[in-house]
Design a protein around this ligand. Structure first.
Ligand SMILES: NC(=O)c1ccc[n+]([C@@H]2O[C@H](COP(=O)([O-])OP(=O)(O)OC[C@H]3O[C@@H](n4cnc5c(N)ncnc54)[C@H](O)[C@@H]3O)[C@@H](O)[C@H]2O)c1
Length: 447
């Protein structure tokens, strides 16, 4: 048996005994909670390219809101942006972004870059586990060759590789890293066993051992594609019911009384998972000569919802005899999902852009989002929630708790005190009490 192999068989024990370290590379929404969880059991180096992010963590700030500042302050994770420190770790967990390019093809730049960084600092007997969402084949056909060429080591002999997709749901306080079954896979049985044991340290509900890496990669992209398609179906229904004058929410409520109803609702599909992962799958399918019908249709529908909602806003303004170009529209929420500060790939931007076509410059509030993110990503200057006092139309775009619990008095104050003024509410996620709102004299539209 080669020395590298021998060392690896002992890796789990050596990690637990703190003779070796784990590195978590890419400390965002996914990587940071993993690093913190592992640090409760083993020594962890937390590496990120962004010096600014590392400084935040070092000063006890959790910009993702996933674990909170207190936890960051108390964690033993050794935060660093110095690549050579990766040499001190034998088990590497990779959680860098996997976005799409403007043409919706996979952008593998970060995962290739991180593979080069780890490769240059890889030592014999190490294991590298990728967690970033990818299409089947990326780990073995893209990442392993880079690790090998940068390190001069041979995968399967000198080091091993695995893939374990991340399934956390940012902002979700119920489904947490520890209580979501984790899929694990490895290049061979030996690495699978080792990787499974290491993850079992932090996953209370246990792991699912996939038979190979491609199965694990595929499972992740298709579980999100499945959600995308189901939401697209609901969005299609919402667009048809809008024409029929039938209330979608009431239909969904009635339909959901059946035991096998799927409980999806219409809405914007943004973010960097559900709105992105299907494109990874489609890309690989296309390369193999298969032109997807269902997944692509779902994507088209979901990507068009921002424009559909904006058009509904315009219709409501016209019906209320407002001068469209002068209408004061306030959008509540810009993050891609509720109760989460993440603004990446927010489809609220599509509503804003479409309104801009009609020369409406909506004001936007979001107490959860960082002003600098809204500005740098969308050129939007967020305004404080309590400064809205003269709106013609309020668009509840994101189902933040703070918006759900809004009182009619608060709503009234946001429209100002003009007698006979038509007050329009567009409730994208149907978070408000429709009957109460209508009774209070507002025009109400929901998806
Ligand atoms: N956020 C989610 O809800 C979620 C859920 C499941 C899976 N995922 C997947 O997990 C992966 C990470 O997502 P995320 O939301 O944590 O992203 P993120 O942008 O929040 O974090 C990624 C981090 O990686 C760092 N980074 C980028 N390139 C790097 C490099 N070459 N070396 C070191 N660090 C680098 C960035 O600075 C950033 O801090 C993606 O593939 C995503 O699709 C995300």
């Amino acid at each position: 048996m080669k020395e590298g192999n021998y060392q690896m068989m002992k890796l789990y024990e050596r990690l637990v005994n703190k003779g070796e370290k784990i590195s978590v590379v890419g400390l965002g929404y996914v990587g940071m909670p993993i690093a913190v969880a592992f640090a409760k059991k083993v020594d962890v180096i937390g590496f990120d390219l962004s010096k600014q992010k590392i400084e935040q963590y070092k000063s006890g700030i959790d910009p993702t809101n996933e674990v909170g500042d207190q936890v960051i302050r108390n964690t033993t994770v050794d935060f660093t942006s110095e690549p050579s420190k990766l040499r001190d770790a034998k088990f590497h967990v990779v959680a860098v972004p996997t976005p799409v390019n403007a043409d919706k093809t996979p952008d593998l730049t970060p995962i290739e870059g991180v593979s080069r960084t780890i490769g240059r600092n890889l030592t014999e007997g190490s294991i590298v586990v990728y967690e970033s969402t990818v299409y089947p084949g990326v780990t073995e056909d893209v990442c392993i060759p880079i690790l090998e060429s940068e390190s001069g080591l041979k995968c399967g002999i000198d080091f091993k590789v695995g893939y374990s997709p991340e399934r956390i749901n940012p902002g979700d306080k119920v489904h947490r890293l520890e209580n979501i079954t984790k899929i694990v896979s490895g290049v061979d049985q030996e690495s699978l066993a080792e990787i499974a044991k290491v993850y079992e340290l932090i996953i209370d509900v246990g792991v699912h051992r996939a038979s190979n890496i491609k199965v694990a990669e595929a499972a992740k992209v298709v579980e999100n594609s499945q959600r995308d398609i189901n939401i697209a179906f609901m969005n299609e229904l919402a667009m048809v019911f809008d024409r029929m004058g039938v209330d979608t929410q009431e239909v969904v409520e009635a339909m959901n009384t059946k035991w096998n109803a799927l409980k999806f609702t219409p809405g914007l599909v943004g973010g960097h998972c559900i709105g992105v992962d299907p494109y990874y799958f489609l890309y690989e399918a296309e390369k193999l000569g298969y032109h997807s019908q269902i997944i692509l249709s779902g994507r088209k529908i979901n990507d068009g919802m921002g424009a559909f909602i904006a058009d509904a806003i315009i219709k409501e303004l016209i019906l209320a005899n407002k001068v469209v170009k002068q209408a004061k529209v306030a959008i509540l929420g810009i993050t891609f999902k509720e109760n989460c500060p993440d603004t990446r790939n927010s489809k609220v931007e599509d509503i804003i852009q479409r309104l801009n076509h009609y020369e409406i410059e909506p004001i936007v509030v979001d107490p959860y989002a960082e002003s600098k993110d809204a500005k740098s990503e969308y050129g939007v200057d967020l305004v404080p929630f309590d400064t809205i006092n003269d709106a013609d139309c309020l668009v509840f775009a994101v189902a933040h708790d703070i918006f759900k619990n809004i009182t009619t008095e608060r709503l009234d104050s946001m429209f100002g005190q003009h007698p006979n003024k038509e007050k329009i509410i567009v409730d994208v996620k149907s978070i408000l009490d429709k009957e109460k709102i209508k009774k209070a004299g507002y025009s109400y539209w929901s998806l």
